[in-house]
Design a protein around this ligand. Sequence first.
Ligand code: SF4
Ligand code: SF4
Length: 449
Amino acid sequence: MLQSIIFAVVAIAALGFAAFQFSKVYANIQLGKPEEITGPTSARWKNMILVAFGQKKMFKRPIPAILHLMLYVAFVFTQIELIEIFIDGIFGAHRWFLGPLGGMYNFIISTIEVLSVLAFIATVIFLVRRNLLFIPRLRKPEMQGWPTLDANLILIFELILLACIFTMNGTDVVLQDLDPDHYKATNFAVSGVIAPYIFGGMEASTLHVLERVGWWGHIIMVFVFLNYLPKSKHLHILLAFPNTFFARLKEKGEMINMPAIMYEVKSMMDIEDPNMPEMDPDAELPEFGANDIFDMSQIDLLGAYSCTECGRCTDVCPANITGKKLSPRKIVQNLRDRTEEVRTKIDSGDAEYAANKEEPVSADNFEDGRSLWDYITREEVHACTTCNACVEACPVLINPLEMILKLRRHEILTEAAGPQDWLPLFNSIENQQRAWSVGTSRTAWAEEA
Ligand code: SF4
Ligand code: SF4
């Protein structure tokens, strides 16, 4: 009874705090601008099933893909055991599913155990790969500090969780001979074989304690993991699904058009467009592009929270490969970092961050004198060739190029800034509607031909 009460209290506290943290992530994504969702819903479901659930894009690199698959399948299957732990915890039962499922129960737990062994092997390989082998994309400057610690922590959590599963099952197997009334006979594929070697010969009281340590350790690691996720890159385990669903369906390389600019250019070139609205010469100029998260779209922010920090985008980026400062992964990470900074400041309620000091600070009344340019340098943004290689490489359909283009548009169109050597090009396009500033008519060559 006491254990059921403790379990209920711990579960409610852990789930409640996790729900609060996930609601914060949702609110953070809402800080961006809404973006029209276009294209057929069927194509979106297909993307989600193939890319997020089927991990389709991961298989371009078979070895990490197989290792990820081991972890992923083990993660999904272990949830079955988790349901049982919840039922046992609340009702004070022991292996509640064993009665109704009979032989099938042995099959399910054995499958979980085999998958857990594979997950254990994959986790150890990931730890070695990340810490002992020199994988260039895992050693880039943006991976120093927290991103590497985060990746290692989650792998260590995984090892502890797996150790708890085998302690729980293994001690149970040995206790079946010592206390058959409480520990019903099972036939597990892994712990049934190895448990006698590890736990055989121990006192029943020690085994009871270890069995409870494994059981509680398992569920507590799940709660820790759940509460850690919103702060971690491993949030992609959940957000990869909405991110792939809402990913833009337009052709790669097709930029999001800006109607205000399009109509301006058409009017400059005397091109008739029946959809063109009446221009108001006195209207205030809109802001173009984005220099902070508020002008990025919610899809961009969802992408930032879905990033696995795998570095596949940076690995194929020609700017990065040729030694430029640009790393598309860093751009995506910076977007999330800035969003977190804004959220912390809004939550502080500090009047210093209110744009209108008469009103309390909020998402709509925020000004801290900082922007994405405090995270991302102009040099990084200028180095992008707009080749789309990063977009193509991303295993969860994030589009770093769209973020870079928005920063560039803000710099060029709103700030009227940009690299000095780009200015003759812009002047020429604006004044003569061509890239090269030559005095002859655009069509002179055709007349001469
Ligand atoms: S689009 Fe830009 S950021 Fe992406 S790979 Fe190409 S150069 Fe790099
Ligand atoms: S943007 Fe995509 S490819 Fe780049 S690090 Fe994040 S998940 Fe990996």
